[in-house]
Design a protein around this ligand. Structure first.
Ligand code: GDP
Length: 464
C-alpha cells in the first residue's frame, strides 16, 4: 500500500524530470550582487525586454523566439519575484525605483522557439524555460564561513573591524566584555547589536565584505539566536560561557542558514550574473575598491566547479558554466567612458580569477545599465566640450552632471600603490542620484537599457 504508492509516485517524479529535461530544457540563471547593486532593476528590465523582444538586437536567438510568457515557477516554497509590481514602479506616470532584493525569489519565463535551418522545416517550436533566481550577494559570501571555525572567523572579523573606521565602537564594546564569563543574554544581544550596526555602517561606507550576510539582510530570522552572536577575541573552552554560546550559534548559523541556501538554491544553477556597483566603489575610494577586489575573488571562488558540492557533501550539483560580471548603472557616465569602466571590470575579474585560482567556467565582464535613466549631453565649459549625463533628480527637475573621468589605465585604480589616492572620479559623481525617466513605450517595446541584450546573449543565447 503505502510503500508501493510511494514508489509509484517516485517513479512518476523521475519521469516528469526526464520528460522536462528531454523535451523542455530548463536554464537556471542566478542573479546576485551586493545590496543596491541593481538586481531588482536588472531582472525587471530583462524580463520586460525578453517578453517584448523590442530592444534585444544582440540576442541572436531573438528572431527565432515566437513567444515569451511568464509561467508558474517550479519551486512552490520560494517567494515569486514580484515582477509586475516592480515593472509598475518603473513605468508609472511618476516612475520610481522598485523595492530592492531582501531575500531569495524566483520567476519562470518560458519561450517558444522555432528551430532554424533544416531542423525548423521538420519540427514545430520547442519550449525552453528560463528560471531566474534572485538572491543577495551577501548570502553568497557566507560560503567562506563553512570553511572557518568560530575562532578563525573571529580573528578575521576583528582584524577587518580594526582596519575600518566604522569598527571603533564595536571594538570598544568588545573590549569591555569578558568572554569567559557566564553567558548572559542581555550582554550577548548588546554585543551582537553593536557588531551588526558596525557591519551596516561599513556596508554603507562602501565596504563589500560584511559577512555574515544575514546580519545585513535577516529576513524572518531577525532577532533569533542564530543571528545573536559576534566575533570574540578569546577561545571558548568552558561550558556555559558567552564564548561557548557564541561558538554554538555560529555553528548553527552555518548549519541552519548557510548550508540550506546553497543546497536548495545555489547548487541548482547553470549560469550566473554578478552585478557590481563598481562606480559606487570607485567613488567611495581606495579602501572600498581594495575591498571589492577581495570580495570578487571570494564571490568567484564560490563558483569554482565542485566547491559547493564538496563543502556540502552534495551529489548532483549542477555545474555553473558561465559567470557574467556586470558593472551596473553605466548610464551614470557618458558612453565615451564606458570602455574604461569595462576595462576596470575586466581587470577586476582577471585579478579575482588569479586570486581564486579559478578555472572552469567561462567568465565575462561588461558594463551595463539595466534601465537607462539618463541622456547624454555635451555642454560647453569655458570653451571646452564637457561630456555630461542628464536625468531627473529627486525633486523632479532635470539636471546635467559631469561625472568625472575614469582613469585610462585600470592599474591606476587597482594597484595597492594607489591606496593613498582619493580623487578618481572628481566630477559631480557624489551628487548624482537619478530617478527613472518617464517612459513612453510603444507596444512591443521594452524599457531602454545599455547592453542588456549582450548580457542576455552571453547568459542564454546558446541555449535557445
Ligand atoms: P538590489 O538591491 O541589487 O536589488 O538593487 P536595485 O535593483 O534595487 O537597485 C538599487 C538602486 O540602484 C536603484 O534604486 C537605483 O537607484 C539604482 N539603479 C539600479 N539599476 C540602475 C540602472 O540601470 N541605472 C541607474 N541610473 N540606476 C540604477
Amino acid at each position: 500500500g503505502d510503500i508501493a504508492d510511494r514508489i509509484v509516485r517516485g517513479v512518476e517524479t523521475v519521469q516528469d524530470g526526464v520528460n522536462e529535461a528531454l523535451f523542455e530544457p530548463v536554464i537556471r540563471v542566478g542573479i546576485t550582487g551586493l545590496s543596491r547593486a541593481g538586481k531588482t532593476v536588472f531582472i525587471t528590465s530583462l524580463v520586460a525586454n525578453l517578453l517584448d523582444r523590442g530592444r534585444m538586437p544582440q540576442l541572436g536567438a531573438s528572431a527565432s523566439i515566437t513567444a515569451a510568457y511568464l509561467q508558474p515557477q517550479p519551486d512552490d516554497t520560494v517567494p515569486r519575484f514580484d515582477y509586475e509590481t516592480h515593472l509598475a514602479a518603473l513605468t508609472a506616470p511618476d516612475p520610481h525605483w522598485p523595492d530592492s532584493t531582501r531575500t531569495v525569489s524566483e520567476l519562470r519565463l518560458s519561450f517558444k522557439v522555432q528551430p532554424t535551418g533544416i531542423l525548423g522545416v521538420f519540427s514545430g517550436p520547442r519550449t525552453v524555460h528560463l528560471d531566474i533566481l534572485d538572491y543577495p550577494g551577501e548570502w553568497l559570501l557566507d560560503l567562506g564561513l563553512l570553511e572557518k571555525s568560530y575562532s578563525e572567523w573571529s580573528q578575521a572579523a576583528i582584524k577587518a573591524a580594526q582596519n575600518r573606521d566604522q569598527g571603533a565602537e564595536f571594538l570598544t564594546a568588545l573590549n569591555s566584555i569578558n568572554a569567559d564569563e557566564k553567558h548572559d543574554e542581555q550582554a550577548a544581544k548588546s554585543l551582537a547589536q553593536s557588531f551588526t550596526s558596525y557591519l551596516k555602517s561599513a556596508r554603507e561606507a562602501g565596504y563589500s565584505d560584511c559577512s555574515p550576510g544575514r546580519f545585513l539582510l535577516p529576513g524572518d530570522l531577525e532577532g533569533s539566536p542564530v543571528l545573536t552572536f559576534a566575533p570574540l577575541g578569546s577561545n571558548a573552552n568552558k561550558r556555559g560561557t558567552l564564548a561557548r554560546e557564541f561558538e554554538r550559534r555560529y555553528e548553527a548559523y552555518k548549519r541552519e542558514v548557510v548550508k540550506p541556501f546553497f543546497r536548495d538554491h545555489f547548487a541548482k544553477l547553470d549560469r550566473q550574473v554578478v552585478l557590481v556597483d563598481a562606480l559606487g566603489a570607485i567613488h567611495a575610494g581606495p579602501k572600498a575598491v581594495e575591498d571589492l577586489r577581495h570580495t570578487l575573488s571570494d564571490i568567484l571562488s564560490a563558483f569554482r566547479p565542485g566547491r559547493v558540492g564538496r563543502l556540502l557533501a552534495l551529489l548532483g550539483q549542477r555545474r555553473i558554466d558561465r559567470v557574467l560580471f556586470a558593472a551596473s548603472k553605466a548610464d551614470h557616465i557618458h558612453h565615451s567612458q564606458h570602455p574604461r569602466l569595462t576595462a576596470i571590470m575586466e581587470a577586476l575579474v582577471r585579478d579575482a580569477k588569479d586570486r581564486a585560482d579559478f578555472a572552469g567556467a567561462g567568465t565575462m565582464a561588461m558594463s551595463i545599465a539595466a534601465l537607462r535613466a539618463t541622456v547624454e549631453e555635451t555642454i560647453d565649459h569655458n570653451g571646452d566640450p564637457l561630456d555630461c549625463v542628464r536625468g531627473r533628480t529627486s525633486d523632479g527637475k532635470q539636471a546635467a552632471f559631469y561625472p568625472g573621468e575614469l582613469p585610462q589605465d585600470p592599474a591606476h585604480i587597482l594597484t595597492p600603490a594607489r591606496k593613498g589616492a582619493t580623487d578618481w572620479l572628481d566630477g559631480d559623481y557624489e551628487i548624482m542620484r537619478f530617478e527613472p525617466a518617464r517612459l513612453t513605450l510603444k507596444p512591443g517595446e521594452g524599457p531602454p537599457h545599455i547592453r542588456l541584450d549582450r548580457a542576455a546573449e552571453f547568459l542564454i543565447g546558446d541555449k535557445l
